[in-house]
Design a protein around this ligand. Structure first.
Ligand code: GLA
Length: 346
């Protein structure tokens, strides 16, 4: 089979501009579909142990529902992923106020984050597309013009590689991630998926989901995935309403170099997804807010825990937590983030 990128139309935005869909196929027949609207990964087809393909990400069949409110299916999140306390921070002595869109806090870039932008797309050799977006000075309250790119590649080693970069003309926070919801069975819920996560610590949060600033060991708690555990096994002990994980883990890697982070396995199909990243953290989110009101691809109704996200990132609210690794990008420097999901079956 040949490695290819094919472009087709994905529909019109309200302002009349056209969104496209890029279909990436690798030499083994794996398929990823990505639209330049929000750089959303709309489909990802990977084989089970018998070679049978299933689409392992949540999403919609058409553009229209992506233009409505949805819980960040498959998109690139930015300018800053996750929550910023009350949408406020101070940088170089100057206070900034951001759009508030999640209770009292700023979430995932604000009212119109990078997930709702129409990106430029440039197909590259092999099964790859480079998406670029220029975020204007002041967008959602953020300082500086930010030039962002994410290159998405489906390699012949059955990896989906996401390489992010950004430059700015004024100091600004930047924290990009991808918000794909995975379900390696291709249906049902993820409670029986097994997860191994190489993290000794996590960042505790308030009821609003904002870090308290502490870094606590996972040892002896339901947060501990250092040996494989099924996702749902310790929900009763974990508590929380709605139940499930929505936590940032502190990874062991020192950043910069790719480090192995997580392995997810779905026992029935044998599908395995492994995750490597250069980022210092990962948000484990188990689709707790899905509640059966969204109908996705092929008529699937997304009930609670229909998918799980592993959002590689700097820690939430890092702009307000001096002890967390900094998310500030300065002119002349380049933000760089490399995350690889690889797929196999056992
Ligand atoms: C992130 C957050 C969650 C939730 C989802 C989107 O993962 O941590 O609290 O907001 O995004 O629904």
């Amino acid at each position: 089979m040949k490695t290819t990128v094919q472009k087709s139309s994905f529909g019109k935005l309200p302002d009349g501009s056209e969104a496209d869909l890029y279909t990436l196929t690798n030499a083994n027949g794996l398929i990823a579909k990505i639209t330049n609207y929000g750089t959303i990964i709309t489909e990802l087809h990977v084989p089970d142990r018998d070679g049978k393909l299933a689409d392992v990400v949540l999403g919609f069949d058409t553009l229209a529902p992506y233009l409505e409110r949805h819980p960040y299916f498959g998109c690139t999140v930015g300018r800053v992923a996750n929550r910023i306390y009350q949408g406020r921070f101070t940088l170089d002595g100057k206070p900034y106020t951001l759009a508030v869109n999640n209770g009292p806090n700023h979430l995932h870039g604000g009212l119109k984050g990078f997930d709702k932008a129409l990106w430029q797309a440039e197909p590259l050799a092999g099964a790859a597309v480079k998406f670029t977006y220029t975020s204007p000075d002041g967008e959602e309250g953020y300082p500086g013009t930010l030039r962002v790119s994410v290159t998405m590649t489906l390699t012949d080693a059955n990896e989906l590689r996401l390489e992010y970069s950004a430059t700015t003309d004024r100091p600004t926070p930047v924290n990009l991630t991808n918000h794909s919801y995975f379900n390696l069975a291709g249906e049902g819920d993820v409670l029986g998926h097994e997860l191994m996560l190489v993290a000794d610590h996590y960042t505790p949060k308030t009821a609003d989901g904002v870090p308290t600033g502490e870094i606590k060991p996972v040892e002896g708690t339901p947060m501990d995935f250092r040996t494989p555990q099924t996702i749902g096994a310790r929900f009763p002990e974990l508590g929380g309403e709605p139940p499930g994980y929505d936590h940032n883990y502190v990874l062991r890697g020192e950043g910069e170099r790719l480090a192995f982070v997580a392995r997810v396995r779905e026992p029935k199909s044998g599908r395995v997804m492994e995750l490597r990243t250069t980022e210092p953290g990962v948000q484990l989110y188990t689709g707790n807010f899905l509640n059966g009101t969204l109908t996705g691809k092929r008529g699937a109704v997304y009930q609670r825990h229909a998918g799980l996200c592993l959002e590689t990132q700097h820690f939430p609210d890092a702009v307000n937590q001096p002890k967390f690794p900094s998310v500030i990008l300065r002119p002349g420097k380049t933000y760089w983030h490399d995350t690889i999901f690889n797929f196999r079956a056992t």
